[in-house]
Design a protein around this ligand. Structure first.
Ligand SMILES: *Cc1c(COP(=O)(O)O)cnc(C)c1O
Length: 384
Protein backbone atom coordinates (compact mmCIF):
# COMPACT_ATOMS: atom_id res chain seq x y z
CA UNK A 1 0.00 0.00 0.00
CA UNK A 2 1.21 3.51 -0.81
CA UNK A 3 1.50 6.12 1.93
CA UNK A 4 -1.69 8.09 1.10
CA UNK A 5 -3.69 4.85 1.13
CA UNK A 6 -2.19 3.76 4.45
CA UNK A 7 -3.22 7.10 5.96
CA UNK A 8 -6.82 6.16 5.36
CA UNK A 9 -6.81 2.39 5.86
CA UNK A 10 -3.87 1.20 7.98
CA UNK A 11 -5.08 -0.43 11.21
CA UNK A 12 -8.68 0.35 10.26
CA UNK A 13 -10.58 -2.64 8.92
CA UNK A 14 -14.36 -2.16 8.85
CA UNK A 15 -15.85 -3.26 12.19
CA UNK A 16 -16.27 -7.05 12.25
CA UNK A 17 -19.61 -7.04 14.05
CA UNK A 18 -21.48 -4.20 12.34
CA UNK A 19 -19.49 -3.38 9.22
CA UNK A 20 -19.00 0.21 10.44
CA UNK A 21 -16.51 1.70 8.01
CA UNK A 22 -15.01 3.96 10.66
CA UNK A 23 -13.40 2.44 13.76
CA UNK A 24 -15.90 2.93 16.61
CA UNK A 25 -15.05 4.86 19.76
CA UNK A 26 -14.88 2.00 22.27
CA UNK A 27 -15.89 4.11 25.25
CA UNK A 28 -15.46 1.37 27.82
CA UNK A 29 -13.10 0.86 30.73
CA UNK A 30 -13.48 -2.91 30.96
CA UNK A 31 -14.49 -6.01 28.97
CA UNK A 32 -16.59 -9.08 29.74
CA UNK A 33 -14.56 -12.22 30.32
CA UNK A 34 -16.19 -15.49 29.26
CA UNK A 35 -14.65 -17.50 32.11
CA UNK A 36 -11.84 -17.02 34.62
CA UNK A 37 -8.77 -16.25 32.55
CA UNK A 38 -10.75 -16.43 29.29
CA UNK A 39 -10.88 -13.00 27.61
CA UNK A 40 -11.69 -11.96 24.04
CA UNK A 41 -8.33 -10.23 23.85
CA UNK A 42 -9.30 -7.18 25.90
CA UNK A 43 -9.25 -6.82 29.69
CA UNK A 44 -9.01 -3.24 30.84
CA UNK A 45 -8.66 -0.03 28.79
CA UNK A 46 -5.43 1.18 30.39
CA UNK A 47 -3.85 -2.03 29.11
CA UNK A 48 -5.61 -2.06 25.75
CA UNK A 49 -8.51 -0.49 23.88
CA UNK A 50 -9.58 -1.27 20.29
CA UNK A 51 -9.80 2.40 19.19
CA UNK A 52 -6.34 3.08 20.60
CA UNK A 53 -5.05 -0.13 18.98
CA UNK A 54 -6.23 1.05 15.55
CA UNK A 55 -4.23 4.26 16.02
CA UNK A 56 -1.19 2.30 17.22
CA UNK A 57 -1.28 0.02 14.18
CA UNK A 58 -1.82 2.99 11.90
CA UNK A 59 1.19 5.01 13.08
CA UNK A 60 3.39 1.90 12.96
CA UNK A 61 2.42 1.38 9.30
CA UNK A 62 2.99 5.05 8.45
CA UNK A 63 6.46 5.14 9.97
CA UNK A 64 7.39 1.75 8.52
CA UNK A 65 7.75 0.16 11.97
CA UNK A 66 6.47 -3.09 13.45
CA UNK A 67 4.91 -1.69 16.60
CA UNK A 68 3.11 1.48 17.68
CA UNK A 69 2.05 2.79 21.08
CA UNK A 70 -0.27 5.69 21.85
CA UNK A 71 -0.10 8.02 24.85
CA UNK A 72 -2.01 10.85 26.48
CA UNK A 73 0.52 13.44 25.21
CA UNK A 74 3.85 13.74 23.41
CA UNK A 75 5.58 14.13 26.76
CA UNK A 76 3.86 11.01 28.13
CA UNK A 77 5.21 9.12 25.10
CA UNK A 78 8.70 10.47 25.83
CA UNK A 79 8.35 9.45 29.49
CA UNK A 80 7.62 5.85 28.46
CA UNK A 81 10.73 5.85 26.24
CA UNK A 82 12.96 7.33 28.94
CA UNK A 83 11.79 4.74 31.46
CA UNK A 84 13.69 2.04 29.59
CA UNK A 85 16.83 3.64 31.10
CA UNK A 86 18.11 3.27 34.64
CA UNK A 87 20.02 5.40 37.12
CA UNK A 88 23.49 6.25 35.84
CA UNK A 89 22.67 5.81 32.14
CA UNK A 90 23.74 8.60 29.82
CA UNK A 91 21.81 10.33 27.01
CA UNK A 92 23.30 12.43 24.23
CA UNK A 93 20.62 14.83 23.03
CA UNK A 94 20.59 17.37 20.23
CA UNK A 95 20.61 20.94 21.58
CA UNK A 96 17.61 21.96 19.48
CA UNK A 97 14.85 20.48 21.60
CA UNK A 98 11.24 21.25 22.36
CA UNK A 99 11.20 23.14 25.69
CA UNK A 100 9.08 20.49 27.39
CA UNK A 101 11.50 17.73 26.38
CA UNK A 102 14.36 19.75 27.84
CA UNK A 103 12.33 20.22 31.05
CA UNK A 104 11.58 16.48 31.23
CA UNK A 105 15.30 15.71 30.92
CA UNK A 106 16.54 18.42 33.30
CA UNK A 107 13.83 18.64 35.96
CA UNK A 108 12.40 15.12 36.07
CA UNK A 109 14.85 12.46 34.91
CA UNK A 110 18.10 14.08 36.11
CA UNK A 111 16.77 13.84 39.65
CA UNK A 112 16.58 10.04 39.24
CA UNK A 113 20.20 9.91 38.16
CA UNK A 114 20.01 10.02 34.36
CA UNK A 115 22.98 11.86 32.86
CA UNK A 116 22.41 14.09 29.84
CA UNK A 117 24.81 15.86 27.46
CA UNK A 118 23.81 18.13 24.59
CA UNK A 119 25.40 18.21 21.15
CA UNK A 120 25.00 20.77 18.35
CA UNK A 121 21.99 19.44 16.41
CA UNK A 122 23.47 20.49 13.07
CA UNK A 123 26.88 18.87 13.66
CA UNK A 124 26.98 15.02 13.64
CA UNK A 125 30.63 14.75 14.85
CA UNK A 126 29.57 16.58 18.03
CA UNK A 127 27.35 13.61 18.91
CA UNK A 128 30.26 11.21 18.55
CA UNK A 129 32.37 13.44 20.76
CA UNK A 130 29.70 13.55 23.46
CA UNK A 131 29.44 9.74 23.77
CA UNK A 132 30.40 8.11 27.04
CA UNK A 133 30.83 4.50 28.09
CA UNK A 134 27.38 4.59 29.67
CA UNK A 135 25.57 6.28 26.73
CA UNK A 136 22.40 4.27 26.15
CA UNK A 137 20.33 6.69 24.13
CA UNK A 138 20.81 9.35 21.48
CA UNK A 139 17.84 11.69 21.20
CA UNK A 140 17.31 14.03 18.27
CA UNK A 141 14.55 16.22 16.97
CA UNK A 142 14.73 17.20 13.29
CA UNK A 143 13.93 19.77 12.05
CA UNK A 144 14.38 21.34 15.47
CA UNK A 145 12.04 23.56 17.37
CA UNK A 146 12.15 26.55 16.89
CA UNK A 147 15.22 27.17 14.68
CA UNK A 148 14.58 24.40 12.14
CA UNK A 149 18.12 23.06 12.32
CA UNK A 150 18.40 19.78 10.46
CA UNK A 151 20.19 16.76 11.93
CA UNK A 152 21.57 14.11 9.57
CA UNK A 153 19.61 11.07 10.80
CA UNK A 154 21.66 8.46 8.94
CA UNK A 155 24.94 9.78 10.33
CA UNK A 156 23.61 9.83 13.89
CA UNK A 157 22.15 6.32 13.40
CA UNK A 158 25.66 5.09 12.49
CA UNK A 159 27.07 6.73 15.61
CA UNK A 160 24.36 5.09 17.70
CA UNK A 161 24.97 1.64 16.19
CA UNK A 162 28.72 1.84 16.73
CA UNK A 163 28.22 2.71 20.38
CA UNK A 164 25.33 0.28 21.00
CA UNK A 165 23.00 3.12 21.94
CA UNK A 166 19.40 3.45 20.75
CA UNK A 167 18.56 6.36 18.46
CA UNK A 168 15.22 8.06 19.17
CA UNK A 169 13.96 10.67 16.69
CA UNK A 170 11.21 13.17 17.46
CA UNK A 171 9.45 13.39 14.08
CA UNK A 172 6.75 15.86 15.12
CA UNK A 173 7.78 18.69 12.75
CA UNK A 174 8.25 16.63 9.58
CA UNK A 175 5.63 13.87 10.10
CA UNK A 176 5.98 10.55 8.24
CA UNK A 177 4.59 12.33 5.18
CA UNK A 178 7.93 14.12 4.70
CA UNK A 179 10.42 12.04 6.71
CA UNK A 180 10.66 8.41 7.90
CA UNK A 181 13.48 8.07 10.42
CA UNK A 182 13.06 4.27 10.76
CA UNK A 183 14.18 3.93 7.13
CA UNK A 184 17.29 5.97 7.99
CA UNK A 185 18.29 3.77 10.94
CA UNK A 186 16.37 5.12 13.96
CA UNK A 187 15.42 2.58 16.67
CA UNK A 188 12.31 4.48 17.73
CA UNK A 189 10.32 7.50 16.58
CA UNK A 190 8.25 9.70 18.88
CA UNK A 191 5.48 12.15 18.02
CA UNK A 192 3.40 14.78 19.61
CA UNK A 193 0.20 13.84 17.75
CA UNK A 194 -1.19 17.09 19.15
CA UNK A 195 0.47 18.76 16.17
CA UNK A 196 0.30 17.79 12.46
CA UNK A 197 -0.97 14.23 12.95
CA UNK A 198 -4.06 15.39 14.84
CA UNK A 199 -3.95 18.45 12.61
CA UNK A 200 -6.93 20.42 13.94
CA UNK A 201 -5.73 21.79 17.29
CA UNK A 202 -8.42 19.86 19.14
CA UNK A 203 -6.57 17.03 20.91
CA UNK A 204 -3.44 16.32 22.99
CA UNK A 205 -1.66 13.05 22.22
CA UNK A 206 1.64 11.24 21.76
CA UNK A 207 2.91 8.23 19.82
CA UNK A 208 5.97 5.98 19.73
CA UNK A 209 6.95 3.39 17.13
CA UNK A 210 9.75 0.83 16.99
CA UNK A 211 10.59 -2.41 15.19
CA UNK A 212 12.70 -3.76 18.05
CA UNK A 213 10.57 -6.33 19.90
CA UNK A 214 12.42 -6.01 23.23
CA UNK A 215 12.23 -2.23 23.12
CA UNK A 216 8.53 -2.43 22.26
CA UNK A 217 7.76 -4.83 25.09
CA UNK A 218 9.59 -2.61 27.54
CA UNK A 219 7.77 0.53 26.39
CA UNK A 220 4.44 -1.31 26.34
CA UNK A 221 5.09 -2.37 29.92
CA UNK A 222 5.66 1.30 30.87
CA UNK A 223 2.60 2.41 28.90
CA UNK A 224 0.47 0.21 31.14
CA UNK A 225 2.49 0.69 34.33
CA UNK A 226 2.70 4.51 34.11
CA UNK A 227 -0.87 4.76 32.82
CA UNK A 228 -0.58 7.88 30.65
CA UNK A 229 -2.82 6.49 27.90
CA UNK A 230 -5.18 8.46 25.64
CA UNK A 231 -8.92 7.97 26.01
CA UNK A 232 -10.72 6.39 23.05
CA UNK A 233 -12.14 9.73 21.86
CA UNK A 234 -8.71 11.29 21.72
CA UNK A 235 -7.30 8.27 19.89
CA UNK A 236 -10.21 8.49 17.44
CA UNK A 237 -9.63 12.22 16.80
CA UNK A 238 -5.98 11.56 15.94
CA UNK A 239 -7.00 8.68 13.64
CA UNK A 240 -9.41 10.98 11.85
CA UNK A 241 -6.83 13.74 11.58
CA UNK A 242 -4.29 11.36 10.06
CA UNK A 243 -6.60 10.51 7.15
CA UNK A 244 -5.98 13.93 5.58
CA UNK A 245 -2.30 14.23 6.51
CA UNK A 246 -1.03 14.09 2.92
CA UNK A 247 -3.30 16.80 1.55
CA UNK A 248 -2.72 18.99 4.58
CA UNK A 249 1.07 18.66 4.58
CA UNK A 250 1.26 19.60 0.90
CA UNK A 251 -0.79 22.72 1.56
CA UNK A 252 1.23 23.61 4.69
CA UNK A 253 4.44 23.34 2.69
CA UNK A 254 3.22 25.38 -0.28
CA UNK A 255 2.09 28.18 2.04
CA UNK A 256 5.24 28.05 4.17
CA UNK A 257 7.41 28.38 1.07
CA UNK A 258 5.50 31.45 -0.05
CA UNK A 259 5.72 32.99 3.43
CA UNK A 260 9.46 32.23 3.80
CA UNK A 261 10.29 33.91 0.48
CA UNK A 262 8.12 36.91 1.38
CA UNK A 263 9.71 37.31 4.84
CA UNK A 264 13.23 36.98 3.45
CA UNK A 265 12.71 40.05 1.26
CA UNK A 266 11.10 42.20 3.95
CA UNK A 267 12.93 45.17 5.44
CA UNK A 268 11.78 44.57 9.00
CA UNK A 269 13.17 41.01 9.01
CA UNK A 270 16.77 40.19 9.91
CA UNK A 271 16.88 36.45 9.29
CA UNK A 272 14.53 33.66 8.20
CA UNK A 273 14.88 30.05 9.34
CA UNK A 274 13.21 27.65 6.91
CA UNK A 275 14.87 24.43 5.69
CA UNK A 276 13.40 24.98 2.21
CA UNK A 277 15.51 28.12 1.66
CA UNK A 278 18.77 27.37 -0.19
CA UNK A 279 20.79 29.53 2.20
CA UNK A 280 19.51 27.59 5.24
CA UNK A 281 22.33 25.67 6.91
CA UNK A 282 20.36 22.42 6.81
CA UNK A 283 19.00 22.72 3.26
CA UNK A 284 21.14 19.99 1.68
CA UNK A 285 20.60 17.49 4.53
CA UNK A 286 16.88 18.25 4.50
CA UNK A 287 16.73 17.57 0.75
CA UNK A 288 18.51 14.28 1.28
CA UNK A 289 16.36 12.90 4.07
CA UNK A 290 13.02 14.67 3.69
CA UNK A 291 10.62 14.70 0.75
CA UNK A 292 9.44 18.23 1.64
CA UNK A 293 10.18 21.02 4.10
CA UNK A 294 6.89 21.14 6.04
CA UNK A 295 5.14 24.20 7.40
CA UNK A 296 7.17 25.71 10.24
CA UNK A 297 9.13 28.97 9.86
CA UNK A 298 10.99 31.04 12.39
CA UNK A 299 12.36 34.50 11.76
CA UNK A 300 14.18 37.21 13.58
CA UNK A 301 12.86 40.73 13.49
CA UNK A 302 15.31 43.61 13.33
CA UNK A 303 13.90 44.89 16.63
CA UNK A 304 13.74 43.09 19.99
CA UNK A 305 10.93 42.34 22.46
CA UNK A 306 8.93 45.50 21.66
CA UNK A 307 9.01 44.82 17.94
CA UNK A 308 7.98 41.19 18.40
CA UNK A 309 5.19 42.20 20.79
CA UNK A 310 3.82 44.80 18.36
CA UNK A 311 4.10 42.44 15.39
CA UNK A 312 2.25 39.64 17.18
CA UNK A 313 -0.47 41.96 18.52
CA UNK A 314 -1.20 43.37 15.07
CA UNK A 315 -1.70 40.03 13.34
CA UNK A 316 -5.28 39.36 12.25
CA UNK A 317 -5.29 35.99 10.48
CA UNK A 318 -2.41 34.39 12.40
CA UNK A 319 -3.36 33.74 16.02
CA UNK A 320 -0.88 34.29 18.84
CA UNK A 321 -0.85 30.90 20.54
CA UNK A 322 1.38 28.02 21.55
CA UNK A 323 1.35 24.76 19.59
CA UNK A 324 1.57 24.13 15.86
CA UNK A 325 0.50 21.86 13.05
CA UNK A 326 -3.21 22.71 12.94
CA UNK A 327 -5.00 23.84 9.79
CA UNK A 328 -5.09 27.40 11.14
CA UNK A 329 -2.02 29.64 11.13
CA UNK A 330 -0.45 30.34 14.52
CA UNK A 331 2.35 32.64 15.61
CA UNK A 332 4.32 32.30 18.79
CA UNK A 333 7.12 33.90 20.76
CA UNK A 334 9.50 31.06 21.69
CA UNK A 335 11.53 33.00 24.29
CA UNK A 336 8.65 33.24 26.74
CA UNK A 337 6.19 30.69 25.38
CA UNK A 338 7.42 27.31 24.10
CA UNK A 339 11.00 27.68 25.31
CA UNK A 340 10.57 29.57 28.59
CA UNK A 341 11.85 26.46 30.41
CA UNK A 342 15.34 26.97 29.03
CA UNK A 343 17.42 29.38 31.18
CA UNK A 344 17.92 32.78 29.47
CA UNK A 345 21.67 32.46 28.93
CA UNK A 346 21.32 28.98 27.46
CA UNK A 347 18.39 30.12 25.34
CA UNK A 348 20.25 33.03 23.76
CA UNK A 349 23.26 30.80 23.15
CA UNK A 350 20.91 28.52 21.20
CA UNK A 351 19.64 31.41 19.06
CA UNK A 352 16.25 31.87 20.73
CA UNK A 353 16.56 35.63 20.91
CA UNK A 354 14.18 38.46 21.82
CA UNK A 355 13.39 39.20 18.19
CA UNK A 356 12.54 35.61 17.27
CA UNK A 357 9.02 34.74 16.12
CA UNK A 358 7.83 31.26 15.11
CA UNK A 359 5.06 30.65 12.61
CA UNK A 360 3.01 27.52 12.10
CA UNK A 361 1.79 28.26 8.60
CA UNK A 362 -1.75 26.95 8.15
CA UNK A 363 -3.66 25.97 5.05
CA UNK A 364 -5.70 29.16 4.57
CA UNK A 365 -5.44 30.96 1.23
CA UNK A 366 -1.80 32.14 1.04
CA UNK A 367 -2.86 35.61 -0.19
CA UNK A 368 -4.58 36.21 3.14
CA UNK A 369 -1.56 34.98 5.08
CA UNK A 370 0.87 37.18 3.18
CA UNK A 371 -1.29 40.29 3.46
CA UNK A 372 -1.57 39.68 7.19
CA UNK A 373 2.21 39.42 7.62
CA UNK A 374 2.64 42.44 5.35
CA UNK A 375 0.26 44.75 7.21
CA UNK A 376 1.75 43.89 10.59
CA UNK A 377 5.37 44.19 9.46
CA UNK A 378 4.78 47.51 7.71
CA UNK A 379 3.37 48.95 10.96
CA UNK A 380 6.72 48.07 12.54
CA UNK A 381 8.62 49.95 9.87
CA UNK A 382 6.39 52.99 10.28
CA UNK A 383 7.00 53.02 14.04
CA UNK A 384 10.76 52.68 13.71
C1 LIG B 1 4.61 19.67 21.32
C2 LIG B 1 5.85 18.90 21.16
C3 LIG B 1 6.18 17.88 22.08
C4 LIG B 1 5.35 17.59 23.30
O1 LIG B 1 4.12 17.07 22.99
P1 LIG B 1 2.78 17.30 23.88
O2 LIG B 1 1.74 16.60 23.08
O3 LIG B 1 2.58 18.77 24.01
O4 LIG B 1 3.05 16.65 25.20
C5 LIG B 1 7.33 17.16 21.83
N1 LIG B 1 8.12 17.40 20.77
C6 LIG B 1 7.83 18.38 19.88
C7 LIG B 1 8.74 18.62 18.73
C8 LIG B 1 6.70 19.16 20.04
O5 LIG B 1 6.42 20.14 19.17
Amino acid sequence: MKFETKLIHAGQEPDKQTGAVIVPVYQTSTYKQDAIGKTRGWEYSRTGNPTRKALEDCIAALEGAKYGLAFASGLAAETAVLNILKTGDHIVAGDGLYGGTYRLFEKVFKKWGLKISYADSANPPAFKKALKKNTKLIWIETPTNPLLAVTDIRKIADTAKNSKAFLVVDNTFATPHFQRPMELGADAVVHSSTKYLGGHSDVIGGLVVTSNTKLYESMKFYQNALGAVPGPWDAWLVLRGIKTLAVRMKAHETNANIAAVFLKKHNAVKKVYYPGLKEHEGYETARKQMSGFAGMISFELKGRFKAADAFLKNLKVFTLAESLGGVESLACYPATMTHAEIPEKERIKRGITEGLVRLSVGIENPDDLISDLKQSLSKLLRQA
